[in-house]
Design a protein. Structure first.
Length: 180
């Protein structure tokens, strides 16, 4: 069965939990145009396709590759550093990971650093503490998670991850769906 460009764009958009309007805004296009492309009612030029794929965090090569050719291994040099999250280090471990069902993140928190308090949202979160002690706040309760311990919770309550300790803390954090 042959998959069309519109079907692939729609699948990527839905995997990113975006509406047509949100994708259109990010790609600087109209919602109507996105709808026409997804329903194969219009052709698309390379510039518009590149804008859409950039908004989805997918490269042209990846978009046109066969499923069998999807990447499996990622180098440290391919990690995406995200600034402004309130952490010493916030790295997406895979490029384009926000288009997947889960988003693996390497998080390093300096003493006293906390990520922004998050409101309830759909999904789940898992963390494995690599160094130090992480403070996890869920709906007003506080949990200390030391090195080599892990945590798991549903994201349907207000939550926050941080470091109330005096040494740096480092963890592997996985969210599903991605919450960037």
């Amino acid at each position: 069965m042959k998959v069309t460009i519109g079907e692939k764009i729609k699948a990527l958009r839905l995997a990113s939990d975006l509406t047509q309007a949100e994708l259109a805004s990010r790609a600087r296009l109209t919602r109507g145009f996105i709808s026409q492309i997804e329903n194969d009612q219009s052709s698309i030029n390379l510039d518009s396709l590149a804008d859409i794929l950039e908004a989805l965090g997918v490269g042209l090569g990846e978009f046109f590759s066969d499923v069998e050719k999807r990447r499996v291994v990622f180098r440290p040099s391919e990690r995406v550093n995200v600034e402004g999250k309130g952490a010493r280090r916030f790295e997406l471990l895979m490029p384009g990971s926000t288009n997947n069902l889960m988003d693996p993140i390497l998080l390093e928190l300096g003493p006293g650093e906390f990520l922004e308090l998050r409101d309830p949202m759909p999904g789940e979160q898992f963390g494995f503490v690599l160094a130090g002690t992480v403070t996890l706040r869920i709906d007003g309760k506080s949990f200390k998670v030391p090195r080599e311990h892990c945590f798991y919770f549903k994201s349907d309550q207000r939550h926050q991850i941080g470091n109330a300790g005096e040494r740096a803390a480092k963890l592997l954090w996985v969210t599903t769906p991605p919450h960037m």
